[in-house]
Design a protein around this ligand. Sequence first.
Ligand code: GAP
Length: 439
Amino acid sequence: MTSTTRPTPSMDEITALAKRRGFIFQSSEIYGGVNGVWDYGPLGVELKRNVREAWWRDNVTLRDDVVGVETAILMNTDVWRASGHLENFHDQMVDCKTCKKRWRADHLTSDRCPACGNATLTEPRDFNMMFKTFIGAMEDASSTAYLRPETAQGIFVDFKLIAQTARMKPPFGVAQIGKAFRNEITPGNFTFRSREFEQMELEFFVPGKPDGEDLKWYRYWVDERYDWFMRLGMLPSRLHKHEYEGDELAHYSKATTDLEYDWPFGTSELEGIAHRGVYELTQHVEASGKDLAFFDEESKEKYLPTVIEPSLGVDRALLAFLIDAYEKEAERTVLRFHPRLAPFKVAVFPLVRNKPDIVEVATRIEKSLRPSFRTTLDDSGNVGKRYYRQDEIGTPYCVTVDYESLEQHDVTVRDRDTKEQVRVSIDKLESYLREKLST
Ligand code: GAP
């Protein structure tokens, strides 16, 4: 990274770049799209995989106290009854009888419709945000099911099986990445609030005693999650810890912190880290009649562990990284992605496309780098244009094969951030790039 501050781009700049370069498209665009649903293009899918992989590696692979699971999107409806989602996961809505627009009651400042100005609003009505479907051939109340609105419940209901089979003992965590669905009333700000999205959630189970152990872990996760964004190059000036006070806290929560990001449309939640007490496990014990308590063989104690939950949206994280990386300079737009996140790590250019020897060496180099890094070969336009094309999608290094390469067996490596160019011998290229990219 060369700069520690840069102007925040507009959402229009971000959405235009995302579409132009194949990061994110409107879903089913040729039919007019679906509000709040998005597709990831060839570069978006690489970036998304890298976001997930960075999270999984740092929160699961490199730790000895976290295991992973992948639970189903469809769950028994009793799960949502017990968790409170059937009863409480809704917004209060009002409809305008004149223009038929629907509004969230808490967003209205008067009894008039913000669109048409008429005082023809209905009384507030509950609107559940879970998507409903049916399991099996019958479409009746007994076959009703819901698409999960969060991945966390799969972890809670499997808690005992996971602890037993993985032989884990609190303090330990269970991580999951997967789709979640919410029929958001007001999806918007690009992928920030979507109706179909993905979550990366970690339920960290800690012994409730000794007193204070839970808060120690809560603070640990708030700091660890903040540091994760910093390690991935996010600008410190744009990420803030917002600790909840008083009424902001859920009734079962001792403490909650949001990591808030300065989005182009204002400061708002990127990730939440919540102390959830024993709320969910208690609910599931009561509703299922099953004993989910953990039995500690050593101390012979049996208890329901307290839960600390860092919960982050993949799509929201990706959007934050995209905005954060964006910088417009006089002659180029550059995405200053951390190398771990960049969709392509290396682009290889044959200086000219009509000289078979040069094309052959460039193709061979690009192929030989593929097992180590995500690479691309680009042979169209002059090299300056190609640099700018790669800068705009955040490729950290460009390698050019020229006439000299045929004699000297070396290439030019150009750095995205400093624009510096150095000659590197072809047989040392892989290790040179590996070192540069392993920040
Ligand atoms: N299990 C806790 C939970 O789901 P949440 O605050 O509702 O908590 C956690 O969601 C994270 O999921 C948010 O911080 C955000 O990153 C992401 N998220 C939630 N709703 C979203 C939506 N409609 N679109 C995109 N991401 C969303």
